[in-house]
Design a protein around this ligand. Structure first.
Ligand code: H2U
Length: 312
């Protein structure tokens, strides 16, 4: 159980491109924001004005252009905070920002999918400890969303009910649940491949964050704080992960099959420095688990709900 020294961050870092009042690449200057702040990514991977093209070479080499928009969202003006260490009031603003972005980008006639995600920690490629997320809006569904869409739709067609509602009912009271509140459940899914992978699923059948009422938004903040606090407490380190929300496509069609959820994919396995690598057999064969989902859930469940850095 190696432990890392606590990495203290200043509340404001003059060299940080996300702190209020600081400059970013290309000369833009952040406003002196006091709550959340969203801007167009200065190195956007997707652009709205890309020229349309298609490549189809003997059905083996196939590609087409993709229009899109990339944004960055700051959770707080404070450089030193993380979701686990933010108050429920502060998290309410973050969830409001995600919901507004989903609605605003999704309302563009050509945008079919909005992906909100957070890379947390250098191990997951985050460029900066300042609490932030990315938001990508696409002209087409990306692969993961398309696979989920197909599975949810097939289940809906065959059973006349929602796959995730049924799954949640099956998991109720069982050993893969990590924590829950009145509106959300956090569990290690039966099919998890990352050691401490978690899925957060809304109890009510809603397809997007924008359908949540105020009380449910607060409960989303609560469950996210519970999950990330347990993560941090596991190895007493600011736990790295990539997480993101899956919400219904914004293609202006009804999606009764869709069910709002978030995936957390953390890389750590045994300590603050021992990480799970998806290599060898995983790359060439299939992913395999080091610990069972039930054991992972039990370990996370048994951790204190108070953040280790707040303990005296
Ligand atoms: P990540 O930490 O998940 O990499 O997100 C930060 C994003 O911020 C990243 O996509 C962008 C990078 O392109 N960025 C700017 O938009 N402006 C900057 O001045 C630096 C980084």
């Amino acid at each position: 159980m190696e432990k890392l020294p606590v990495e203290e961050q200043p509340t404001y870092d003059p060299g940080c491109y996300l702190c209020p009042g600081n400059s970013r690449a290309g000369g833009a200057v952040n406003p002196k924001y006091s709550e959340t702040f969203v801007f167009d990514n200065d190195y956007a991977a997707l652009r709205p004005d890309v020229e349309e093209f298609e490549i189809k070479d003997r059905n083996l080499i196939i590609a087409s252009s993709e229009r899109g928009l990339c944004r960055v969202g700051c959770f707080s003006p404070r450089h030193d905070l993380t979701i686990a260490r933010m108050s429920l009031q502060e998290l309410r603003l973050v969830i409001g920002m995600w919901s507004t972005q989903y609605e605003e980008l999704g309302a563009m006639p050509w945008v079919q999918h909005v992906q909100v995600f957070e890379n947390r920690g250098a191990m997951m490629g985050a460029s900066n400890p300042h609490p932030h997320c990315q938001i990508w809006a696409n002209e087409h569904l990306p692969n993961q969303a398309a696979r989920e869409q197909a599975a949810l739709w097939e289940y809906w067609e065959n059973h006349g009910s929602c796959l995730l509602c049924e799954y949640l009912a099956m998991e109720n009271g069982r050993e893969r649940i990590v924590c829950e509140n009145e509106a959300f459940v956090a569990l290690v899914p039966f099919w998890a491949v990352w050691p401490f992978e978690i899925m957060v699923i809304s109890k009510r059948h809603v397809a997007a964050m924008s359908e949540l009422h105020d009380g449910e938004r607060d409960l989303l903040g609560d469950v996210m704080k519970q999950v990330t606090t347990r993560y941090d407490n596991l190895f007493e380190v600011s736990f790295p992960y990539s997480m993101g929300f899956h919400q219904q496509p914004t293609d202006a069609r009804p999606h009764p099959e869709w069910h709002l959820h978030a995936h957390y994919y953390p890389p750590l396995l045994r300590s603050a420095t021992i990480q799970k690598f998806m290599v060898g057999y995983e790359m060439l064969g299939t992913p395999q688990r080091d610990i069972t989902p039930e054991l992972a859930a039990e370990r996370l469940r048994q951790l204190p709900t108070m953040h280790y850095r707040d303990r005296i």
